[in-house]
Design a protein around this ligand. Structure first.
Ligand code: NAG
Ligand code: NAG
Ligand code: NAG
Ligand code: NAG
Ligand code: NAG
Length: 418
C-alpha cells in the first residue's frame, strides 16, 4: 500500500508519544489480583473509567469491595454509576502517609467527576478528614455532608503515580444520582452544539437511523461543526454519490463508547461505522490534553465533548474527516516541524486538498484560523483550548471521488443550512 510508507513515520512518532504520555500503569491489571474488588474493576472497564485512570499520571483510586459496589450500583443506570465512580478517583496522590499528614486534618480534593461533570459547587470534590482517633474518613465535598466512608486498607502504591486504597463504603453526592438526560434526539443535540450542517446531512441521507440504532449499544460521534463545512479546501460534497455520502457520514462515528480517556489510551486504529474490515479506520493521537484524529488523508482536532452519557459520547471536531477510501492519497508534504504549542497533531498527514474556487458559491470560505469551538453555545463547556492551528493547505489531490453524481440531497441540505 502506498499509504504505508507515507504514514509510518508520523505513526511511530505518535505511538512513542502515547507511550511516554500514558502507559505508566494499568488499573485493570492492578485490581485483577483482588477478587474482593472484581465488581469495582469490572465497572471501571464498562464505564471506560479505567482508560481515564490509565491516561493520568498522578491519581488515587478509592476502591470498593463487592458488597459496597452492590450498594453503589443498586439498579442505577450506567451513566449514574459512572458519575458516582468518578467521585472515587482523585486527581492527586494519597498514600497512607499523606492521608495522615493532611494540613489541619481535613481537606477537599478534586475528583475526576470535577473534570467531566457539571462544575457546580463542591459536587466533584471529596472531603478527606483525618479524625483524631486515627482513622481517615471520606465523604462528598458538599458542605455538611456526612463522612460515612473510612480507610480500609492499601491495595497498591506506585509513588507518586498511582495509589489504590480500599474504603469501606461508597462516597455518594446526592446531586450525582439523577440520571443524565438520555439522548433521544441526536439532531437536537447536534444543532445545539453548532453542528447543523452535519445534523441535516445525517437526517437527509438516512444515516441518522444507523446512529440512533446504536444509542443503547454504544456510539461515539465525531460531529464536524458548521465552520468545518465552509473551511477552505473542503471537497465539494455535491460531487459525491449517495453511497459515498453515506460512507462519509458513517466514517464520523464508532460503534463503541469511547470517551476522551479511551481515545487517549487507544494505540492503533479505531474501526468506524463505515463497513469494511481494515477499511475506514481512524487513528487517534494525543498531545497533552488534545486529541487529534487522523484519517490518512487529513486530521481533525477534537474541539469539545458535546455530551458524554454512557454509553453515548458526542464530540465536535474542527474538520471534516476525509477517509482515504473516498478521498485517495496524495503525496504527503514533509511532516511539520514540532512546535511547543498545544496543537495536537505530531505530524499531520496530507492535509485536506484545496481545489480552487470549489467552495459553496453562496458563502465565502471561512478563515481557517477561526476557532469554531467557541460557537455561541452556552451549554457546551469549552473543555479544550480554542487556539487552533491554522491549517496548511498543501498537496494535490487526485482521488477517485470527482465523479459527477449530482446529489440533490446534499444540494438541498446545503441550501437549507447555509
Ligand atoms: C491492562 O490490563 C488488562 C488485563 O491484564 C489488559 O486486558 C489490557 O489490555 C491492559 N490495557 C492496556 C492499555 O495495556
Ligand atoms: C469535611 O467534612 C466535615 C464534616 O461535614 C466538616 O466538618 C469539614 O469542615 C469538612 N472539611 C472541609 C475541608 O471542608
Ligand atoms: C448526616 O447524618 C445525620 C445523622 O445520621 C443525618 O441526620 C443527616 O441528615 C445526614 N446528613 C446528610 C447531608 O446526609
Ligand atoms: C511514574 O510516572 C512517570 C511518568 O510517566 C514515569 O517516568 C515513572 O517511571 C513512573 N514511576 C514508576 C515507579 O513507575
Ligand atoms: C429532533 O429535534 C429536531 C430539532 O430540534 C426536530 O426538528 C425533530 O422534530 C426532533 N425529532 C423528534 C423525533 O422529536
Amino acid at each position: 500500500m502506498a499509504s504505508t510508507s507515507i504514514s509510518t513515520i508520523p505513526t511511530i512518532f505518535s505511538l512513542l508519544l502515547l507511550f511516554t504520555v500514558s502507559s505508566c500503569h494499568n488499573i485493570t491489571e492492578i485490581l485483577e489480583s483482588e477478587p474482593d474488588l472484581s465488581q469495582f474493576n469490572s465497572y471501571l472497564t464498562q464505564t471506560k473509567l479505567a482508560d481515564e485512570i490509565n491516561a493520568r499520571q498522578t491519581i488515587t483510586v478509592l476502591a470498593l469491595d463487592n458488597s459496597a459496589m452492590d450498594a453503589l450500583t443498586a439498579n442505577r443506570p450506567l451513566s449514574v454509576i459512572k458519575n458516582l465512580l468518578s467521585l472515587h478517583i482523585l486527581l492527586d496522590y494519597f498514600d497512607n502517609k499523606k492521608l495522615h499528614s493532611i494540613p489541619d486534618g481535613s481537606s477537599l480534593t478534586t475528583s475526576l467527576y470535577q473534570t467531566t461533570g457539571p462544575k457546580s459547587g463542591n459536587v466533584g470534590a471529596v472531603n478527606i478528614t483525618d479524625s483524631k482517633g486515627g482513622s481517615v474518613r471520606f465523604g462528598s465535598g458538599t458542605p455538611g455532608s456526612n463522612l460515612t466512608s473510612s480507610y480500609s486498607k492499601s491495595v497498591k502504591q506506585i509513588p507518586y503515580n498511582i495509589s489504590v486504597i480500599e474504603i469501606s463504603a461508597p462516597i455518594i453526592a446526592p446531586e450525582l444520582l439523577n440520571p443524565a438526560a438520555s439522548v433521544d434526539n441526536i439532531t437536537a443535540v447536534l444543532e445545539k452544539a453548532g453542528c447543523k450542517t452535519f445534523a441535516a446531512l445525517l437526517s437527509q441521507s438516512g444515516v441518522l437511523k444507523l446512529y440512533q440504532n446504536q444509542l443503547d449499544k454504544g456510539i461515539t460521534i465525531f460531529a464536524p461543526n458548521d465552520e468545518a463545512f465552509k473551511a477552505k479546501g473542503v471537497p465539494d460534497l455535491n460531487k459525491l454519490s449517495n453511497a459515498e455520502l453515506v460512507s462519509l457520514l458513517q466514517f464520523h462515528a464508532l460503534s463503541t463508547y469511547a470517551p476522551i480517556g479511551t481515545l487517549k489510551t487507544t494505540k492503533g486504529k479505531l474501526p468506524t461505522l463505515a463497513p469494511g474490515a481494515g477499511k475506514y479506520d481512524l487513528s487517534p493521537s494525543t498531545a497533552g490534553d488534545a486529541v487529534t484524529l487522523h484519517t490518512g488523508v487529513d486530521s481533525s482536532r477534537i474541539a469539545d465533548t458535546v455530551l458524554d452519557s454512557t454509553p453515548v459520547v458526542i464530540y465536535s471536531v474542527d474538520s471534516l474527516l476525509l477517509p482515504a477510501e473516498l478521498f485517495g492519497l496524495s503525496p504527503a508534504p514533509a511532516p511539520a516541524p514540532e512546535s511547543d504549542s498545544p496543537a495536537p497533531a505530531p505530524a499531520p498527514e496530507a492535509e485536506a486538498p484545496a481545489p480552487e474556487g470549489d467552495s459553496p458559491a453562496s458563502s465565502p470560505p471561512a478563515p481557517s484560523t477561526q476557532a469554531p469551538a467557541n460557537a455561541p453555545d452556552a451549554d457546551s463547556p469549552a473543555g479544550t483550548p480554542a487556539d487552533l492551528k491554522s491549517k496548511k493547505n498543501g498537496g494535490e489531490r487526485s482521488g477517485p471521488v470527482m465523479m459527477m453524481f449530482g446529489s440533490s440531497v446534499v444540494l438541498s441540505v446545503m441550501s437549507l443550512v447555509l
